[in-house]
Design a protein around this ligand. Structure first.
Ligand SMILES: Nc1ncnc2c1ncn2[C@@H]1O[C@H](COP(=O)(O)OP(=O)(O)OP(=O)(O)O)[C@@H](O)[C@H]1O
Ligand SMILES: [Mg+2]
Length: 402
């Protein structure tokens, strides 16, 4: 087993004696709901979705899901907290002891030294060259880092180069996992998918070179349109995206992070051309141990596009989760609103798990029934009620466009 691991040992309550050992990123949902990994029946102090423990060995984080009777760490009621070695979690009668390997303190940001070859990144404010790429200008920023327009020094090919932010520590093991996964993605070749061209590290900073798209701001295009026209444009874009998705799913690859920000749209001869960016990147990050924890996700609003089963199980990567994300993207592009009624008084994950999406026609009553039916089907809580495949959803959209 890896030297970085987390052990959660249930000490009391109906599951006393069970123990969970994690050496990879994972999550554990406690509650009475059928989704829960630790399903606790017969304890009226436990809510349906009580709390979510997220593990990123050797770190561990807990979020209370607005439970009626509270989640406690060392008998102190918490809403959201990083856990330390030796902490005790309690919900109702269930007590869980937290063991972080080697007594590492959760809030430490650097991986342990024994993993070797760990390089803490030095901030490079404006690098000019990364590996064999000459940087031209910054094109955007996301949660993982900065994206530059760049040129290959030898071939002159123009690329988009995503440079992992300097506060992320990457060790050799993470790098190997990441590169191995990226190699698989480099084989994806479809006109609706931004090609991953190269990945590597320069001075310990991970970079990903991909095809460059001179993308337009989708909001600028959609906002001035009438609802009817906007819906029509969005349907056309989704048809394109689902075409790429069906191809990738056919290769057993899931995107895991479909959202408006990962839709790059270019205007070619007056026509909108959509392509999916960052294919599989979120999964690669999770596998390499670099992924975010949901509390950080919440700030960025990314949670609104992730299937609920993927939120409670960060290793979940099934095509039906991508279908949900396409539905959420479509919903937001049409209505301009999040699929959830998120309020300041509730923890977003709790609202998501407890209430689910607001039906599209409640948000935008003028959207036609046939369109809302497709969107709401993609967003069904039960994966069995969603479209069975990207191709099936694409065909449903095709019909709407006729
Ligand atoms: N291949 C590309 N070609 C051109 N521009 C790109 C490319 N990839 C990303 N960008 C630009 O860089 C911006 C930031 O992208 P990035 O993937 O880092 O963040 P994001 O997808 O918006 O959010 P998150 O980090 O939460 O996934 C994008 O919004 C887009 O404008
Ligand atoms: Mg992106």
């Amino acid at each position: 087993m890896s030297s970085e691991h987390v052990v959660l040992k249930i000490q009391s309550g109906p599951h006393a004696g069970r123990s969970f050992t994690f050496s990879q990123p994972d999550s554990l949902l406690l509650g009475r709901s059928s989704r829960a990994h630790v399903r606790i029946d017969g304890d009226q102090h436990i809510s349906r979705n009580h709390c979510l423990i997220e593990v990123r060995p050797p770190k561990c984080h807990i979020v209370d899901l607005d439970s009626a009777n509270g989640t406690y760490v060392n008998e102190e009621r918490v809403t959201d907290r990083w856990l330390n070695d030796g902490d005790t979690i309690r919900g109702g009668e269930t007590q869980i002891a937290v063991h972080l390997a080697n007594g590492i303190i959760a809030s430490q940001q650097s991986p342990p030294a024994e993993l070797g070859a760990t390089r803490v990144m030095t901030a490079v404010s404006q690098p000019e060259q990364i590996a064999k790429f000459l940087l031209d200008c910054e094109v955007g920023r996301g949660s993982m880092g900065v994206v530059y327009k760049a040129k290959h020094l030898v071939t002159g090919q123009v690329v988009a180069l995503k440079l992992l932010s300097s506060d992320k520590c990457v060790n050799e093991k993470m790098m190997q996992v990441f590169m191995r996964e990226a190699e698989i993605l480099q084989k994806l070749s479809h006109k609706r998918i931004i090609r991953c061209l190269d990945t590597g590290a320069d001075d310990g900073r991970l970079y990903i070179a991909m095809e460059f798209v001179d993308a337009i701001d989708l909001d600028d295009v959609l906002k001035p349109l009438s609802l009817k026209k906007r819906t029509h444009v969005v349907l056309g874009l989704m048809r394109q995206i689902l075409d790429g998705l069906a191809y990738a799913h056919g290769q057993d690859l899931v995107h895991r992070d479909i959202k408006p920000g990962n839709l790059l749209v270019a205007k070619d001869n007056g026509r909108l051309n959509a392509r999916l960016a960052d294919f599989g990147l979120a999964k690669n990050f999770a596998d390499a141990g670099l992924s975010q924890i949901s509390s950080e996700h919440e700030i960025k609003g990314t949670l609104s596009y992730i299937a609920p089963e993927q939120i409670v199980n960060c290793r979940f990567a099934k095509p039906t989760a991508d279908i949900f994300s396409v539905g959420a993207t479509m919903y937001t592009l049409i209505s301009g609103k999040s699929i959830y009624n998120l309020s300041d008084h509730e923890t977003p994950i709790a609202t998501i798990l407890n209430n689910g999406p607001v039906p599209l026609r409640e948000r935008a009553p003028d959207v036609s029934r046939s369109v809302s039916k497709v969107v709401d089907k993609a967003l069904a809580a039960d994966t069995a009620d969603r479209f069975k495949s990207a191709e099936q959803m694409r065909r449903a959209i095709e019909k709407l466009l006729q």
